[in-house]
Design a protein around this ligand. Structure first.
Ligand SMILES: Nc1nc2c(c(=O)[nH]1)N[C@H]1C(S)=C(S)[C@@H](COP(=O)(O)O)O[C@H]1N2
Ligand SMILES: [Mo]
Length: 304
């Protein structure tokens, strides 16, 4: 769980200068996205509000070398070390299930109708570490809106590519391949939910889930499924990979919650990767003012 090799290099030396200069741009766009989201239902002031756009970005070097992507192996350095084995392009995304316009889309056609945005989000791993990452992507709501969910659609299931020839981790039964994840339809339609195509202003590196991965910033990192080939709308709640493996440890919702501990460790605090000090974990990872209403009346201890 801890970063093996502490990083002694100041982030100003790791991050290319052009990206440093672009930081203002990321902050500006991130802030705009948050304003749009907050304008929808909501309570504008909440004590757990903490704007990721104002926090120091996790250096690019760490974002791309300290990864969880078990398709390459279980060690944090496996994905970046073996990333070159994977050839994501060309890529096809299938949208099916309870939609009016199902189809197989070449990645370019899938992305074409949408406007790509840059947004800074915190990512909080269930292993009690976190990062602050400038993502690039399209709102999932726009994609689902075009596909036209049927009235009976209530959930969305996502599937990662299954390609053991290029993903050495998939040659071992570490997880039940392919990796799958799920969201309730209203979570999937929430304006914070992003289908990421890049980070730090460039296309996604393979180790971060090229060419298309999910980002749900108020949930533990494992919900942010990588290298997605299929998006299926369903009536029943889909199972997800970690819940299938350890149902007492991982649930469907996986909302970041400092008050509900993992059975084997506390979730009250987290280590920001690249730092030593631990900081308190925020309810819904700090996005509570925008998402807490989705869970009104739900017992978050039971539905963890
Ligand atoms: N297909 C797939 N998606 C995945 C994982 C994985 O092993 N396989 N790991 C998850 C976990 S536990 C985390 S914390 C994030 C890490 O994303 P990052 O490496 O871009 O920081 O990816 C998530 N998505
Ligand atoms: Mo994670």
């Amino acid at each position: 769980m801890l970063i093996g090799r502490p990083n002694p290099i100041p982030s100003s030396e790791i991050t290319p200068e052009s990206l440093y200069l672009n930081r203002r741009q990321f902050i500006g766009k991130g802030a705009k996205a948050l304003t749009v989201a907050a304008a929808a239902p909501a309570v504008l002031v909440a004590c757990d509000r903490a704007d990721a756009a104002q926090e120091e970005l996790t250096p690019h070097e760490l974002v791309t070398t300290y990864n969880n992507f078990y398709e390459f192996g279980v060690a944090k350095e496996d994905p970046s070390r073996l990333a070159h084995l994977f050839n994501p392009l060309p890529w096809t995304v299938k949208i099916d299930g309870l939609v009016e316009k199902p189809g197989d889309y070449a990645l370019e056609d899938f992305l074409k109708p949408h406007t790509v945005e840059d947004r800074v989000y915190r990512l909080r791993c269930v292993e009690a570490w976190s990062m602050v990452i400038p993502w690039r992507g399209i709102p999932l709501a726009a994609v689902l809106g075009r596909a036209g969910p049927s009235p009976s659609a209530k959930f969305v299931e996502f599937t990662t590519v299954h390609r053991p020839s290029e993903l050495p981790g998939q040659r071992r039964p570490v997880l039940d391949w392919p990796y799958v994840e799920g969201l309730r339809l209203d979570e999937a339609m929430h304006p914070l939910t992003l289908l990421a195509t890049g980070l730090y202003g460039k296309d996604l590196p393979n180790q971060n889930g090229a060419p298309l991965r999910l980002i749900v910033p108020w949930k533990y990192g494992f919900k942010s499924i990588k290298s997605i080939v299929r998006i299926r709308l369903t009536e029943r709640m889909p199972l997800n990979t970690w819940q299938l493996m350890q149902p007492n440890e991982y649930g469907f919702y996986a909302n970041v919650n400092p008050e509900v501990d993992h059975p084997r460790w506390s979730q009250a605090r987290e280590r920001r990767i690249g730092e030593f000090r631990r900081r308190p974990t925020l309810m819904f990872n700090g996005y509570g003012d925008q998402v807490a209403h989705l869970y009104d009346g739900l017992d978050l201890t039971r539905w963890f």
